[in-house]
Design a protein around this ligand. Structure first.
Ligand code: ADP
Ligand code: TRP
Length: 321
């Protein structure tokens, strides 16, 4: 059975863009792959030095994924910081990567271009991510397009290690990303925490509705015919509704007599139908941090059964055993 692995950076409340663009597709993959999904808390530490929010962001992510349907008996769910082998392999990769490759990392390069002085964690971010991936003999890594460069670097360093120290020492991962799906936020730009234009996955029904009602629309009147294509409400509706429902909305808009308020109400109802039933489950999971710890610790034990074997193979291959 092939392995799917992905890391989720705990950086604030997960939103509908994360749900549709990352959580849902990864959970679908978990049905046909051995799956390892982890909370990338050490990656979050490159930018979050507040212990209180770090703690709560980790639990938010774990409870969200579980409430969205992650089955911890089937998917190995763990925290990156529970896997010490990640650091060992990061160092090994650091010594195999050219510094120039890390200098070209987009996060590091952007920070330098903006005149910031990024910490060395930002510089090494891609090496840590390569270690996350390669430790688990993983075949596919479902990620957004923004992570493509990181996966390519992981493939590159894994290939180099095999070339220098023996083919088959580590598994070279593939990338799987969804090119087409980009969920817009309420202002029409990409939904993102950094734009503050997002709707949280588990907002209350009232907050969900008021989030949807904030979406920017054209100023056509109720009776006017409206073009659905390219509008934020319609893009969001397409991401959540069936193709038949989406087509129905486009037809109604075109005909006139169906206003943006009606379209938003239909969008709200579709979102509520998808997310509403899991809301209570989320609240119950999030309220019991001890139970979340137990799930994450159990995941780490199972994950280390794999990572300890990989690191042993690597140590032997490079002459450290
Ligand atoms: P943010 O931009 O809010 O900080 P992240 O970078 O933490 O979001 O996103 C985590 C993952 O969720 C990304 O790898 C990406 O695949 C997915 N994702 C985030 N925002 C969107 C979006 N607007 N549409 C589709 N997928 C998204
Ligand atoms: N860098 C990824 C992000 O920002 C998170 C991540 C860390 C990751 N390690 C990973 C994703 C390994 C896939 C595989 O979204």
């Amino acid at each position: 059975m092939k392995t799917s692995l992905t890391g989720i950076k705990p950086t604030g409340t997960p939103h509908i863009g994360n749900y549709l663009g990352a959580i849902k597709p990864a959970l679908e993959l978990a049905e046909s792959y051995r799956s390892l999904y982890f909370i990338a808390d050490y990656h979050a530490f490159t930018s979050n030095h507040d212990p209180k929010s770090m703690r709560s962001d980790v639990y938010d992510v774990a409870a969200t994924w579980l409430a969205c349907g992650l089955d911890p008996a089937r998917t190995i769910l763990y925290r990156q910081s529970h896997i010490p082998e990640v650091f060992e392999l990061t160092w090994i990769f650091d010594c195999l990567l050219a510094a120039g490759q890390l200098e070209r990392g987009h996060a590091y390069k952007d920070a330098i271009a903006h005149g910031e002085s990024p910490n060395a964690g930002i510089f090494n971010y891609p090496a840590l991510m390569a270690a996350d991936i390669v430790l688990f003999d993983c075949n596919i890594v479902p990620v957004g397009k923004d992570q493509k460069q990181h996966i390519e670097l992981a493939r590159d360093v894994a290939t180099r290690l095999n070339h220098l120290f023996g083919e088959g020492t580590v598994v070279v991962p593939e990338i799987k990303y969804e090119e087409s799906l980009l969920v817009p936020g309420v202002d029409g730009r990409k939904m993102s925490k950094s734009y503050n234009n997002y709707i949280p996955v588990f907002a209350s029904a009232k907050e969900l509705r008021s989030g949807v009602m904030k979406i920017v629309t054209g100023s056509e009147g109720l009776a006017d015919p409206k073009e659905a294509e390219g509008t934020t409400v319609f893009q969001l509706y397409c991401a959540i509704a069936t193709p038949a429902q989406a087509n129905e909305m486009a037809v109604k808009l075109k005909k006139g007599g169906y206003g943006w308020g009606h379209a938003k109400q239909d969008l709200y109802e579709a979102l509520e139908a998808e997310l509403g039933p899991s809301r209570e489950k989320y609240a119950a999971l999030r309220a019991d941090e001890k139970a979340l710890d137990r799930i994450l610790e159990d995941g780490a034990v199972r994950a280390r059964e794999i990572s300890l074997k990989t690191i042993d193979r690597v140590r032997r291959a490079i002459g450290l055993r």
